[in-house]
Design a protein around this ligand. Structure first.
Ligand SMILES: Nc1nc2c(ncn2[C@@H]2O[C@H](COP(=O)(O)OP(=O)(O)OP(=O)(O)O)[C@@H](O)[C@H]2O)c(=O)[nH]1
Length: 336
């Protein structure tokens, strides 16, 4: 079977060749040598994985924050290019498990890793290669997928320090590195180079997702992540690990007369539970007279409305689930 753009005039092709191919073909078919596949971004907590994923995709899909271990799910961002498509899997920081939650996260990471075409290993330039990085290096050294090192946060250090960092990476024992690319995700520097390098390691094949799609993460998970991000803004260090957000339901309201007049979609009610482990944490999240919770609501609602492209009524409840990180039953209920 030939596709439009693959040589010849294309006139002998039925008009709906794209439909025949399952609707996956971008208009004009995919170029010869088109590459596609899965890439997994790994690195120790705070290494810049989420920020890099966002920079590669060009839109906000994974949450970021200054605190370690804020990413709890394998969120996929999709990089669309003329010559290829990279499906990015963002993972929680691979680390030594201390709690049951930590253990489950590591299992999730391992499962993801065994099934990707390229691994992007983030090593931040503003820190020396340390035991945490070597732990990850050991974990990924047996994978069949080639390893591309992204020397992240290159903007945060001097040229001399960056050179030293690149040499340290090159000297890492027991790890075969295919390429090393220094990048700055916040400045958008070298992101195109990294994209090019990652693409080069993918197999030739058709696009895996239709054009324009950035993530296949269910909306509710992204909504929960946006709320978690807002709730973590400016709170004490002990809180991040104790916070879980669950979208309970999303219900469309009856259209009002004003909705009908303006021919717009009615409000969407989004009911959300925010779980903490202790009463003291509940008080922190809610704030004086509910002021913090209102802020969290206002801030995350903006992101949710942008994500869904419609107006949202956000209903936030804070609940205490005692020591949920150590309790298998509670973990299951909270979606881990
Ligand atoms: N200067 C600088 N800072 C960066 C860059 N990329 C990320 N950061 C900062 O590093 C911190 C951690 O970034 P994240 O992207 O959340 O790191 P992560 O590896 O996803 O973290 P976890 O979710 O905890 O595993 C944030 O404060 C970012 O703003 C960069 O290119 N330059």
């Amino acid at each position: 079977m030939r596709f439009p753009g693959e040589g010849g005039s294309g006139e002998d092709l039925p008009e709906d060749a794209n439909a025949l191919a399952g609707g996956l073909l971008p208009s004009g078919g995919w170029a010869e040598g088109f590459r596609s596949g899965f890439a997994c971004v790994v690195g120790r907590p705070n290494a810049g994985k989420s920020t890099l994923t966002n920079a590669l995709v060009g839109e906000k899909v994974a949450i970021t924050s200054g605190r370690p271990q804020t990413t709890r799910r394998a969120i996929r961002g999709i990089v669309h290019r003329e010559d290829g498509q990279i499906v990015l899997v963002d993972t929680p920081g691979l680390h030594r498990p201390r709690t049951l939650l930590g253990q489950r996260l590591n299992d999730l990471v391992r499962e993801t890793l065994s099934d990707v075409d390229v691994v992007v290993f983030c090593l931040p330039a503003d820190q020396k290669v340390g035991p945490g990085d070597r732990h990850i290096a050991r974990e990924i050294s047996h994978l069949r997928a080639p390893i591309v090192v992204a020397a992240t946060k290159a903007d945060a250090v001097s040229k001399e320090r960056l050179m030293e960092h690149l040499m340290d990476i090159d000297r890492m024992e027991g790890l075969t590195i295919a390429d090393i690319v220094p990048v700055s995700a916040v400045r958008g520097e070298q992101i195109d180079v990294l994209t090019e390098v990652v693409l080069g390691h993918l197999p030739e094949g058709p696009p895996l997702y239709p054009e324009g799609e950035l993530t296949d993460e269910p909306e509710q998970v992204m909504i929960a992540e946006l709320i978690r991000e807002a709730a973590l803004e400016g709170v004490r260090d002990e809180l991040p690990h104790s916070l879980a957000v669950v979208v309970e339901e999303m219900i469309e309201r009856e259209p009002t007369a004003a909705d009908k007049h303006a021919q717009r979609q009615p409000l969407l009610n989004v009911h959300v539970n925010v779980y903490v482990e202790r009463d003291s944490q509940k008080a922190i999240i809610i704030g004086k007279g509910g002021s913090r919770l209102r802020e969290v609501g206002t801030q995350s609602r903006k992101g949710i409305e942008a994500l869904l492209g419609r107006r949202v009524y956000l209903d936030l409840h804070v609940r205490v689930a005692k020591d949920w990180q150590r309790d298998p039953k509670q973990l299951g209920r909270l979606g881990f």
